[in-house]
Design a protein around this ligand. Sequence first.
Ligand SMILES: O=C(O)c1cccc(C(=O)CC[C@H]2O[C@@H](n3cnc4c(=O)[nH]cnc43)[C@H](O)[C@@H]2O)c1
Length: 230
Amino acid sequence: MLVVVAVPAEAEAVLRGLPGPAEALPLPGGGLWRCPAAAVDVLAAGVGPAAAAAGASAALAARRYALAVSAGIAGGFAPHAPVGATVLADAIVAADLGAETAEGFADVAELGFGTARHTPPPAVLAAAVKSLDTPVVGPVLTVSTVTGSAERAAALAARHPGAAAEAMEGFGVAEAAARHGVPALELRTVSNPVGPRDRAAWRIGEALAALERAFAALPVPVLIEEAGRG
Ligand SMILES: O=C(O)c1cccc(C(=O)CC[C@H]2O[C@@H](n3cnc4c(=O)[nH]cnc43)[C@H](O)[C@@H]2O)c1
């Protein structure tokens, strides 16, 4: 299984949750750690969808994986996902990839340029949900620009009913995985509320601790088996 995060601090949290030691392996553009006992590789690909897609694609070209997981901290949409919550995506959505039109935002799919949404395999998602302590399940929105106002948060929530979290890498990982014929999952732990910019409200340490707990609980062999069933 390939786990793609943005930064080394997230990779370290994931690795703390996995059994056994990890060894660092070279990969163009990002740090990759291999945890053989867990059958998991962890890649810190950088922040944003482009870095995530580039890094994930490099890893997926170098090794056959059954499943790609985008993971890390995220903003949570109230009331669904409070700070400290663990979120599993039932849809990985490109939320600001498209065009502003006279009728409002048109996403890349509405423009006729591919997909704006990837759906994790239901059996993989179900196995992950079953293993975690009351995860929030809902769409996770991938943005290139972090939401900074209540108005923007409300507009995203209105366009994506049930949206649980906002992050910056999931759609990039899912697009790269799709090109390699690999299913994708997204797991996020909430560090801050989506809305007005308030760095004092961030709880990054709490979110990283939740990320470690989530990867300690995930049944990686079951996820790999279910992903392989297609
Ligand atoms: O400077 C700010 O006000 C600010 C507010 C929220 C997030 C950022 C980031 O630079 C986050 C980058 C990093 O963390 C993930 N993340 C965490 N919270 C959010 C969020 O509310 N919206 C989008 N991404 C978030 C993200 O996946 C990146 O890897 C700065």
